[in-house]
Design a protein around this ligand. Structure first.
Ligand code: MF3
Ligand code: CO
Ligand code: CO
Length: 254
């Protein structure tokens, strides 16, 4: 069942989503060589609480921290720890806030210091892949149009799309229907309707698409050890097309 949101609900979601985006903007100057992912977690945690919200990941299905931090070959759901970031690393910080009973979900990949050229191209391709997915949204079109647009942008450039994780409806629940695949055929999936709110969050690998889960039972890493990037927005479908709830106006967090 897909929960279509009323205009009133969307206005609350807009606040939750704005806060999540502001977390990414706030944390940017701290993402430097030498910082630990645990320290980044703690700064985000305090910021979210001080704005009257709760970090959705904390205790979600037993997740032990307030944000996900996924470094280099980690695809997603990395657990913040005492790992120190080093020059040339990349790290995805995935922020989800729970505010006035609604979740807002956004993530970006940051450069730690200066990236190698190959890493930079991966990250920029992923950033653009998310935008291509958003641009494929048509009222009355299908969710599969989004995944198709992402796959056809990414694969010819020599990268692979992760299959095991997808975008998702979001609202009073962290994860709702529909699933938004980041690959597939146009016309697949469900009809895109006014009032839907869902995320698009492509994970793109420098090598092959396969993954394994670390013994911590959360962290997904690439099977071949290649670097992986991810960007995520929460998007509201209106009569006039997509309304990106996690994009700040004026300033940009990515
Ligand atoms: N924020 C992630 C997503 O984009 C989900 C994280 S679940 C957690 O859907 F438990 F790992 F936090
Ligand atoms: Co998400
Ligand atoms: Co997320």
């Amino acid at each position: 069942m897909i929960n279509l949101k009323t205009d009133e609900e969307v206005e609350i979601m807009r606040e939750s989503c704005r806060l999540a985006a502001e977390v990414l903007l706030m944390i940017d100057p701290y993402v430097k060589p030498g910082v630990t992912t645990g320290k980044l977690n703690d700064i985000c945690h305090d910021f979210i609480l001080s704005h009257g919200a709760i970090p959705s990941p904390l205790n979600y299905r037993g997740f032990p921290k307030s944000i996900c931090s996924s470094v280099n070959d980690e695809i997603c759901h990395g657990i913040p720890s005492d790992r120190k970031l080093r020059n040339g690393d990349i790290v995805n910080l995935d922020i989800t806030t729970y505010f006035k009973e609604f979740h807002g979900d956004t993530s970006r990949t940051f450069y730690v210091g200066s990236p190698r050229a190959k890493t930079g191209k991966l990250v920029e391709t992923c950033r653009e892949a998310l935008q291509r997915g958003i641009d494929a949204i048509r009222l009355g079109g299908k969710t599969g149009d989004i995944g198709h647009a992402i796959q056809k942008f990414v694969e010819p450039r020599g990268y692979s799309v992760v299959r095991e994780f997808c975008g998702h409806g979001i609202g009073k629940n962290f994860h709702e229907e529909p699933q938004i695949l980041h690959f597939g055929n146009p016309g697949d999936g469900v009809k895109i309707q006014k009032g839907m709110v869902f995320t698009i969050e492509p994970m793109i690998n420098l090598g092959g698409p396969d993954l394994r889960i670390l013994p911590d039972q959360w962290t997904a890493v690439t099977q071949d050890g290649s670097f992986s990037a991810q960007f995520e927005h929460t998007i509201h479908i209106t009569d006039n097309g997509p309304d990106i709830l996690t994009r700040l106006n004026g300033q940009t967090q990515f």
